[in-house]
Design a binder for this molecule. Structure first.
Ligand SMILES: [Zn+2]
Ligand SMILES: [Zn+2]
Length: 285
C-alpha cells in the first residue's frame, strides 16, 4: 500500500504520484508541470507562426494566436507517467507588471479522477521574418528606428516602450520586421519608411524627446549597386531618475525630484535648481 508522504492518505482513497497524493503533488509540484514561459515567434510580414521549428500560416492556425500558444504550452508540459492524460482546456492572455503572461488551465486525468490546474506562464513575442518573406525582402528593410535614452535608458522605460509597440495599430505593427534589444536601447527594423516615421512620431508623442533622421548607405558604392538608402531615425527619450547623477553643460547634478514636467536638481554646492525636462534635453543637444 502506498501512502502520501505529506498528508498520509493512502492509494485506496486518492491516486498517488511519486510518494505524494495527487492533491499534495499538484500543490508542491504543480508549477513544474508547466513551462515557465513560452516564446511566440511570428513573421511580421505574412503573419505566420514558427511552431516547433516550422513556419505555419496563421490561417492554418485558425487565425487565432491562442491556438499557437496552446500548442506550444501543451508540447512544453512535463507530465509524469502516472497521469493518463493532460489537456490544455483554457488559456487567457493577461498583462502583468512584467509584460504579458498566459493563465493556462490543464485538465489532467489520473485513475478515474480528473483535476484542473491553472498556472501562469510567461509570454514573450518575437518577430522574425520567415524564410519565405526574408527571401523576398532580403535585407530590404527601408528604415531603422533607434530608440535610446537620454542620458541612458533604464529597464522600466524599456518595458513601457515595448508595451507601447504592442499597442500600435496593426498595420504599423506589421511593418516591424525585427526588434533588436541592445544594451543602449531598442532597434526596430521596418519594411516601410512611411511606417517608420509614423511610429517614431507616436513614440515621441508618448515619451517626449527628440528625433533625428539621417540617410544611410545612400552614397558611393551602394548607390551604384542600386540599393536604396535606408532611413535611420534616432529617438532620444529623456529618462531622468530620482537619485541619479547627470551632467548639464558640463556641471554635475544629483536628481532630487522628478515631476511631470519639472526636475529638481542639487548642484555641487548643495543648492537646489529647478529645470524643465525640455531645457535639460536641449542642453544635451
Ligand atoms: Zn497528500
Ligand atoms: Zn513571412
Amino acid at each position: 500500500m502506498r501512502f502520501c508522504a505529506k498528508c498520509g492518505r493512502d492509494e485506496r482513497s486518492v491516486p498517488i504520484i511519486r510518494h505524494l497524493c495527487i492533491d499534495c503533488y499538484l500543490e508542491l509540484k504543480g508549477r513544474d508541470l508547466f513551462p515557465r514561459s513560452i516564446t511566440l515567434t511570428y513573421c511580421p510580414s505574412c503573419g505566420s507562426y514558427r511552431v516547433s521549428g516550422e513556419w505555419i500560416s496563421s490561417e492554418d492556425m485558425g487565425n487565432d494566436e491562442r491556438v499557437v500558444m496552446a500548442y506550444i504550452i501543451e508540447s512544453g508540459l512535463k507530465i509524469p507517467e502516472e497521469i493518463v492524460s493532460a489537456d490544455l482546456e483554457d488559456l487567457r492572455v493577461i498583462r502583468t507588471d512584467y509584460g504579458e503572461a498566459i493563465d493556462a488551465s490543464v485538465r489532467i486525468s489520473i485513475g478515474s479522477s480528473q483535476y484542473r490546474i491553472t498556472r501562469r506562464v510567461g509570454l514573450h513575442r518575437e518577430r522574425t521574418l520567415c524564410p519565405a518573406c526574408h527571401k523576398i525582402r532580403g535585407k530590404g528593410y527601408e528604415a531603422i528606428i533607434q530608440i535610446r535614452g537620454l542620458p541612458f535608458i533604464n529597464e522600466r522605460l524599456l518595458r513601457t516602450i515595448e508595451e507601447n509597440l504592442y499597442k500600435l495599430p496593426e498595420a504599423l505593427r506589421n511593418s516591424i520586421a525585427e526588434i533588436e534589444h541592445l544594451r543602449e536601447g531598442i532597434d526596430l527594423k521596418l519594411v516601410s519608411r512611411h511606417a517608420a516615421q509614423s511610429i517614431a512620431s507616436i513614440i515621441r508623442k508618448e515619451f517626449g524627446g527628440r528625433i533625428i533622421e539621417t540617410e544611410e548607405g545612400g552614397t558611393g558604392r551602394s548607390m551604384r549597386t542600386g540599393k536604396k538608402p535606408r532611413l535611420v531615425i534616432s529617438i532620444r527619450i529623456p529618462s531622468i531618475e530620482e537619485g541619479s547623477y547627470i551632467r548639464i553643460n558640463g556641471q554635475p547634478y544629483i536628481v532630487e525630484r522628478v515631476d511631470e514636467e519639472r526636475i529638481t536638481l542639487i548642484n555641487r554646492e548643495g543648492k537646489k535648481v529647478t529645470m524643465t525636462k525640455s531645457d535639460i534635453v536641449k542642453s544635451w543637444e
